[in-house]
Design a protein around this ligand. Structure first.
Ligand code: KDG
Length: 303
């Protein structure tokens, strides 16, 4: 028995200093929303596994080793020699093109319901999924749907981060699909602005109104704070002040902090504070993945 299994694509990240067009030299890193959450959960003291598919190329080995180095069990990662590992290039900074994906036809886009056994066999207390997987391919979307189906894996908490990626699918397709998946989960994370873009819900309360049946709903409003709606009502927690270096991965870290509180039976208010504390660590660094335990985590846990 372990605490959590996170399922989804992890890519090799190519990043450099300065714009690509100006000849920036690129370094290889690792990035994937769900494995970022798994690594952060491991840093917070939980047993976490990552289930995915990678290519038989060096990038597949690099990302798998990086997630394993983060303290996550990677035995559920299958190597597919016929497909490449997905890549993304961060061309950030002034004049950059933003994040560029090279992931169509990747090994992880072949995730399908056939991968579900490797998830259920871990007998985890919680599984964590995101809307990114649903956008990868029809079989990957079917896997997410299967894993959220209450008839399978009874008693397992289903966590779903909406994580809308406009580069992967159109809003017209994404909006109903993501709403439908979120409705099936036990815990849902969504950005306020992301929900507004998808579902036309400007405030946290409006998001609650379209997802009234979700047992634990967390609406995150970037710099302002996060609101949790659950059976005991509504609670809002503002984040600490942070000098932001790079935002990528902060949402994944936030989810890990909140889920850590949930796994430990803490009240939602402390879960939100843990989420902010873990996100702050990632915001302060250039990498996408947590690399240390947030200094205030133990204090927040104690309350
Ligand atoms: O949340 C961070 C992710 O966006 C990043 O690590 C890459 O998984 C990724 C994605 O699909 O955008």
């Amino acid at each position: 028995e372990i605490d959590a299994v996170c399922v989804g694509e992890t890519m090799a990240v190519l990043h450099g200093r300065g714009p690509l067009a100006a000849g920036a030299r690129l370094t290889v890193g690792t990035g994937g929303a769900e494995s970022n959450t798994a690594v952060a959960l491991a840093w917070l003291g939980h047993t976490a596994a990552w289930v995915s598919r990678v290519g038989g190329d060096p990038f597949g080995r690099i990302v798998t080793e990086a997630v394993a180095q983060g303290g996550v069990d990677v035995r559920g990662v299958v190597v597919d020699p016929a497909r490449p590992t997905g890549l993304y290039v961060k061309d950030t900074g002034p004049g950059g093109a933003g994040a560029l994906y090279y992931r169509a036809g990747s090994a992880a886009s072949a995730l399908s319901p056939a991968d579900a056994d490797r998830v259920w066999s871990r007998r985890a207390r919680l599984i964590h999924l995101s809307g990114i997987t649903a956008a990868l391919s029809a079989p990957a979307a079917a896997l997410v749907e299967h894993l959220l189906d209450r008839r399978a894996g009874e008693g397992v908490l289903r966590s779903f981060d909406v994580n809308h990626r406009p580069a992967l699918w159109s809003p017209g397709t994404a909006a109903p699909a993501l709403l439908d998946l979120a409705r099936r989960a036990d815990v849902v994370f969504v950005g306020r602005d992301e929900a507004e873009r998808l579902w036309g819900t400007p405030e946290a309360e409006d998001v609650r109104a379209v997802l009234p049946e979700v047992p634990v709903l967390v609406v995150k409003d970037a710099g302002h704070g996060a609101t949790c709606f659950d059976a005991s009502g509504e609670v809002f927690v503002a984040p600490p002040r942070v000098d932001v270096v790079e935002e990528v991965g902060a949402g994944d870290a936030f989810a890990a902090g909140f889920l850590s509180g949930l796994l430990d039976g803490l009240p939602a208010e402390r879960g939100l504070r843990l989420g902010h504390a873990v996100a702050a660590e990632v915001l302060r660094s250039a990498g996408d993945t947590l690399e240390s335990v947030p200094p205030d985590a133990a204090e927040i846990r104690r309350g």
